[in-house]
Design a protein around this ligand. Structure first.
Ligand SMILES: [Zn+2]
Length: 192
């Protein structure tokens, strides 16, 4: 009898977890993160973020209710009708900045060390970690540009004019830039 109760409780817990995954966590991941849309008012790119928590909680009852929690055109246009949500609704994956970066880095090589970037699925948990590592670029003038210096709305432009830099090279270059007194350049191996 006791075993039957344990099995029943286990099955109920599995059901709850399955429900939570499909109904709450999936919608949350789908809409969480910075997004790039074309502002219907200006026809220019703008950076936005959806209230992913609200989307996930409303998804429990059916369709997720989308609303913005930030936009690069705020606070001036804070009271707009958020018509850009239609773009996000029809294809959230295409608007997600982390997915855009993932696609852009895929198959490219670091401009300094030549290492090829691995393909990372933007829905994979590692992508979040990778994204946290903040990829970098070199601009056409050869200057290192860190991700946090790139306004989201300029991303389409940046991705056409800049070159990719891997995390390891970024760290090494930032260290060299900020602590030149600590960097000891070793002479390279000489061939005989
Ligand atoms: Zn590199």
């Amino acid at each position: 009898m006791e075993t039957a109760i344990y099995i029943l409780v286990g099955l109920i817990m599995l059901g709850v977890l399955y429900f939570a995954w499909w109904k709450v966590i999936q919608p949350y991941r789908k809409f969480q993160g910075k997004m790039l849309i074309t502002c219907p008012e200006t026809h220019q790119p703008a950076g936005v973020a959806v209230d992913a928590k609200h989307a996930a909680l409303t998804a429990v009852q059916g369709e997720p209710d989308l609303r913005l929690k930030e936009c690069t055109r705020w606070p001036e246009r804070q009271n707009c009708d958020q018509a850009c949500l239609a773009q996000i609704e029809s294809s959230p994956q295409n608007c997600l900045v982390r997915a855009m970066l993932s696609n852009w880095y895929k198959g490219r090589s670091c401009v300094f060390c030549g290492k090829t970037f691995p393909h990372i699925d933007s829905y994979d948990h590692r992508a979040v970690f990778w994204y946290e590592q903040k990829p970098a670029f070199v601009n056409p003038e050869g200057k290192l540009v860190e991700w946090r210096e790139v306004p989201v709305e300029t991303l389409p432009q940046v991705l056409t004019t800049h070159q990719p830099v891997c995390w390891n090279c970024l760290i090494a270059m930032v260290f060299r830039r900020d602590h030149p007194e600590l960097v000891l350049d070793r002479p390279g191996k000489r061939s005989h």
